[in-house]
Design a protein around this ligand. Structure first.
Ligand SMILES: [Fe+2]
Ligand SMILES: [Fe+2]
Length: 164
């Protein structure tokens, strides 16, 4: 089914994350000399997009989906994925994720995204009215924007630099 325009911002971020997962998959098995660089790249995408994306799903998308009884088990499953994936992102951030675990994390992330696209988004587009989808899209935009702004608030260091 064609993606509803109100879900496109999330789908676009899914494409970015999937592209990284595919590259990790192609590079696997990852050698020790490349491991740090891959962990940094994962961390960078988590900091610029995935963290914001997870927050918007948890604050806006999942509560909206939970209103439909048939979607409750799927939402629980997706939330559990977020918990697992966050633990692995934290290890990547600390540079403590083993190469084999990095490949597994990439597979888990792509499986999670496919579940959202093929199951959650598809069902939501059928279950929600145009008005409900429009409201959801607006709330998602607000959540994505608020999170993005919180991430680029100047730190003391950058404020000082700007004042010079
Ligand atoms: Fe998700
Ligand atoms: Fe997602």
């Amino acid at each position: 089914m064609l993606r509803d325009k109100n879900l496109v911002p999330l789908s676009r971020q899914h494409q970015h994350a999937l592209a990284l997962c595919v590259r990790i998959d192609r590079a696997s098995p990852i050698g020790d000399s490349d491991l740090a660089a891959w962990q940094r790249e994962v961390t960078q995408l988590v900091q610029t997009e995935i963290g914001i994306h997870f927050a918007a799903e948890e604050q806006v998308l999942f509560p909206a989906a939970r209103k439909f009884q048939e979607l409750v088990p799927l939402v629980d499953d997706l939330l559990a994925d977020h918990v697992d994936l966050r633990a692995q992102f934290a290890q990547a951030n600390n540079q403590t994720l083993a190469a084999a675990d990095l490949s597994v994390a990439a597979q888990r992330l792509s499986a999670h995204i496919r579940k959202e696209e093929r199951q959650l988004f598809e069902r939501l587009q059928k279950l929600m009215s145009h008005e409900e989808l429009a409201l959801l899209g607006k709330q998602l935009d607000d959540a994505l924007q608020a999170a993005a702004q919180a991430c680029i608030l100047p730190t003391d260091a950058t404020k000082l630099r700007a004042a010079k």
